[in-house]
Design a protein around this ligand. Structure first.
Ligand SMILES: Nc1ncnc2c1ncn2[C@@H]1O[C@H](COP(=O)(O)OP(=O)(O)OP(=O)(O)O)[C@@H](O)[C@H]1O
Ligand SMILES: [Mg+2]
Length: 224
């Protein structure tokens, strides 16, 4: 993960881990796994921390609908899901973090404004990308926006996460290599049918998401 500006800002007693983190899943591209990763990461963090909240900033409210489907089946997710209010995403996220919540923001595709707000308020910005040439190529626009924000912010941490990795596919390895040019998480998320079937249920395939959370914590100065 890329940490920018003074390291002292992110390590030690003032480490963001001494307060609650805000993590945003962003990409201008649709269908890359933002919502899937949001819900699984939230479930993995909720194994360790109380008060985990998914803040759904997508007008399609997929995360909220996931939670509603679960509630209709008497399933209680191990974290809350809250719809973001229009024009106050940053305030809402900050207020949740200030009141002791770890916040995971799910964002819509093709929405620069929401992407910028989410990335600005977040301590960690994760960008899922699929292992195809097209997707890696399309990543450039999202990264351009993020590096522009980076120029204006005192601290900014973003990382690409390879999603739907299938080790049997040569293309996946090529894409994996191409991503090494960017700040990225070591953890890759495999392509699993379990992720396709879990809508409306408690995410349970959490191994890689525990690893993702561990990586985030290490980037913020916590011992591995
Ligand atoms: N690692 C994975 N393995 C298998 N299926 C996956 C994986 N990640 C995502 N999917 C599937 O891919 C589809 C798109 O995922 P998802 O809805 O999470 O993407 P998104 O980026 O939130 O999309 P949108 O931009 O429309 O909000 C879904 O059907 C989801 O179940
Ligand atoms: Mg989504």
């Amino acid at each position: 993960m890329k940490r920018t500006k003074t390291e002292a800002n992110v390590v030690g007693p003032e480490s963001p881990l001494s307060k609650c983190l805000i993590i945003a899943l962003t990409s201008l591209k649709g269908g890359v796994g933002k919502t899937t990763l949001t819900m699984h990461l939230a479930a993995a963090i909720a194994e360790e921390l109380e008060n985990v909240v998914v803040l759904d900033a997508d007008e399609e409210v997929s995360a909220v609908r996931w939670q509603q489907h679960a509630a209709a089946d008497q399933i209680r997710l191990p974290f809350e899901v809250v719809a973001a209010q229009r024009n106050s995403l940053m305030r809402q996220a900050r207020e949740l973090a200030r009141t002791g919540h770890t916040v995971i923001i799910d964002t819509p595709p093709n929405n620069r404004e929401v992407l910028k707000s989410a990335a600005t308020v977040a301590d960690v910005v994760l960008v899922p990308v699929l292992p195809t040439g097209l997707d890696v190529d399309r990543l450039a626009t999202t990264l351009e926006l993020l590096t522009d924000l980076e120029a204006a912010l005192e601290t900014f941490n973003y990382a690409i996460v390879l999603n739907r990795f299938d080790a049997r596919k040569g293309m996946a390895h090529e894409a994996n290599q191409a991503l090494n040019a960017h700040p990225r998480l070591e953890t890759v998320i495999k392509s699993l049918s379990a992720y396709e079937k879990v809508f409306g249920q408690t995410p349970s395939e959490l191994g890689q998401f525990r690893a993702m959370w561990a990586e985030i914590k290490v980037a913020f100065g916590e011992e591995a």
